[in-house]
Ligand binder design. Structure first.
Ligand SMILES: [Mn+2]
Length: 385
């Protein structure tokens, strides 16, 4: 059984003010070609298909086109689940109609998510879709009062879906979660503000392979068979050093797997440049493209008039400039270091302590966390363009 695993496409993503749809379209063209060349028996997309609950029209069109080509031209079935960025209800529109064409969509957890069975010469492989869901949703949908955190919720979801897998069948899960031991990369939205939001790798013990989404760096966690395929593109400047890829999984009749990662080439690289402005204006030195998306760290000490305008004459896609010398010892840098690298709770605690002189109490921290989590939940469903 040959499986192509990808995730976190984030169609409709805006990166420092730039709509990435053209970049996503460019790389998905290669993805479709890969499906045609490698002839997998199924494509798995492990959540965060879209970047937000109401995606831009261009993103919906792009997904429509890509899925149509995979299903109708390449004739390969697709299983996809909702991630924390997708609207579960909107994503699964038409799910039972589309399933007859080989497009299996799981937006919400529950009994409708039957395992998708695909046979090879050794027998059936059961693909178990486990869409992302907050613990409160799992408690309500599965009548599971013990789903008090993400880990317990995942245990309930796995129990529910594996109860439908025949004994001795090979089983593959698709899930969207933060598995303990995984490494984040700044472009994921946290699943929980106060608590850990993590699930233990041991939740996935019943499966021969676990196709994960959520963390944007391709990586294995807790063994070879539990894997994040990583995001389609680099969605933050913290990801410049590492390569993105999709994962090709070959499974034998006993459920043993061999993994291969395949890199796709983006239309524009995401890179960081550092130097003084006069050096940088000389243009790229090592054959890099001027069109790349850049974050520039300027080492100059003094003021520079319209630095970004000057840089954009050479590098049209400079998206962000850092001026570390302007911050050092100044008022802009808070006591906790770089504020953009703190989570909401730490950031607020530091602000609170500065203003009141007293640390945030446990009760206050809880109240803050509940409020922010409620806002995130609301945001998932709010109409925004
Ligand atoms: Mn994601």
């Amino acid at each position: 059984m040959r499986i192509l695993h990808t995730s976190d496409w984030h169609l409709g993503r805006i990166f420092h003010g730039v709509h990435l749809t053209d970049d996503q379209s460019y790389i998905l063209e290669q993805f479709v070609q890969l499906v045609i060349d490698q002839k997998p028996e199924v494509v798995l997309i492990a959540g965060d298909v879209y970047d937000r609950s109401v995606p831009p029209i261009e993103a919906v069109r792009l997904l429509d086109e890509v899925l149509s080509r995979i299903l109708l031209d390449a004739r390969v079935p697709v299983i996809l689940i909702a991630g924390n960025h997708d609207s579960p209800e909107r994503l699964e529109f038409g799910a039972s109609l589309l399933a007859r064409q080989g497009l299996h969509i799981a937006g919400q957890p529950g009994e409708a998510n039957l395992p998708v069975i695909i046979n090879d010469s050794a027998g059936p492989v059961c693909f178990c879709p486990i869409p992302y869901a907050e613990p409160s949703v799992v408690r309500a949908k599965l009548a599971a009062p013990d789903a008090i955190d993400h880990n317990r919720a995942m245990q309930c979801l796995v129990r529910q879906v594996t109860s439908l897998v025949p004994r001795d069948a090979r089983a593959v899960a698709l899930a969207h979660a933060f598995v303990a031991g995984g490494e984040g990369s700044e472009s994921e939205r946290p699943l929980s503000i106060g608590g850990s939001g993590m699930v233990e790798a041991s939740c996935f013990q019943p499966f021969h392979y676990v196709a994960l989404g959520h963390l944007h760096q391709p990586q294995n966690v807790g063994g070879n068979h539990i894997r994040y395929a990583g995001s389609l593109l680099k969605y933050s400047f913290a990801e410049t050093a590492r390569q993105k890829s999709v994962t090709l999984v070959d499974m034998d009749g006993a459920g043993e797997i061999v993994l291969n990662t395949i890199s796709l080439s983006p239309r524009r690289e995401v890179r960081c440049l550092e130097g003084c402005i006069s050096e940088l204006l000389a243009g790229p030195q090592n054959g890099e493209s001027k069109e790349d998306y850049l974050m520039v760290t300027l080492t100059d000490q003094g003021a520079i008039l319209d630095a970004i305008g000057k840089l954009r004459e050479v590098y049209p896609n400079v998206l962000h400039i850092e001026r570390p010398h302007l911050l050092e010892g100044g008022e802009l840098r808070g006591p906790g270091g770089d504020h953009r690298r703190l989570n909401e709770l730490d950031l607020f605690s530091s602000f609170f302590e500065q203003v009141t002189g007293a640390p945030l109490s446990d009760g206050q921290a809880r109240a803050f966390t509940e409020t922010v989590e409620a806002l995130y939940r609301q945001n998932r469903e709010v109409i925004s363009r």
